[in-house]
Design a protein around this ligand. Structure first.
Ligand code: ADP
Ligand code: MG
Length: 256
């Protein structure tokens, strides 16, 4: 069954005078256990789409469904990672990770093993008692990913999660995220403005063009897994990147 179904979504910001059409006629579906990336230049409406999907803002028209139920407000059965990790400085790594468990009163005993397992999966074993300030940016973002997964969400949403990291850390994070996905078979919707990042990570890349944001292509990335960074130098990888990049050439925007 489709986990996410988006039909005829439209979003207009502002009512009087200067209104902005941020999204226009968005349609797509995501199957369980798929890793889907949405790629598009800055300002094309990616975060707007994500905010609608996590129930933070309403759509102006159309609807989005998660597990068959219309998304009408914030829900607890999802995980979200933003560009900035937003950890609580006074909580240890483990206490940050267990925040959703505490807030939703799921019981620490039941989920402690899962939390520890996820921390190991992102190479943070031994850092449970550290505080966020003692960690690098990449490590903090890994804590945020574990926190988003600890309550076993139906789907993980990520909005440019590695955008603030340096290029080498970002590549390592991409490898780790693939590792998590292969191990845990999460369903992931990953938003990025980096075409190579989208192609490296995803099974499918939805291509969004600038305002009003509209999906113009749905590219199946059939590269074998596990993928390592060398895949980026292959002709198949280059072919996917070119196909996606060509959409932006036609509108004269190379910022992606
Ligand atoms: P992206 O995440 O792809 O960079 P956004 O979804 O953040 O794009 O923004 C899409 C468009 O909507 C941009 O033109 C932005 O200026 C506009 N926008 C975003 N949020 C608001 C808001 N709260 N009010 C008015 N315009 C907004
Ligand atoms: Mg954004």
């Amino acid at each position: 069954m489709e986990l996410i179904a988006v039909n005829g979504l439209r979003k207009v910001y502002g009512t009087r005078g200067a209104s902005v059409i941020a999204l226009q006629d968005i349609h797509f579906a995501i199957e369980k256990e798929q890793f889907v990336a949405i790629v598009g230049p800055s300002g094309c409406g990616k975060s707007t789409l994500l905010k609608i999907l996590i129930g933070l803002i309403p759509a102006s028209q159309g609807e989005a469904r998660l597990s068959g139920i219309a998304i009408a407000g914030p829900r607890r059965d999802i995980g979200v990672v933003f560009q900035s990790p937003v950890l609580f400085p006074w909580r240890t790594v483990l206490d940050n990770v267990l925040l959703p468990v505490d807030v939703q009163r799921l019981g620490r005993d039941k989920l402690m093993a899962r939390a520890m397992n996820l921390l190991s999966l992102v190479s943070l074993h031994g850092f449970e008692k550290r505080y966020p300030r003692e960690l690098s940016g990449g490590m903090q973002q890994r804590v945020a990913i574990v926190r988003a997964l600890v309550h076993d969400p139906t789907i993980l949403f990520m909005d440019e999660p590695f955008g603030a990291l340096d290029a080498m850390t970002r590549e390592q994070m991409n490898m780790q995220l693939q590792h998590i996905w292969l191990e845990r078979k999460e369903t992931i919707l990953f938003i990025t403005h980096s075409i190579p990042e989208a192609v490296f990570l995803a099974d499918r890349v939805l291509v969004m063009t600038p305002r009003p944001g509209h999906i113009v292509d749905d590219v199946v990335i059939d590269l074998a897994r596990p993928r390592n960074l060398d895949v980026m130098t292959t002709s198949d990888f280059g072919r996917h990147v070119k196909r996606i990049r060509d959409h932006f050439k036609t509108v004269g925007d190379l910022s992606a």
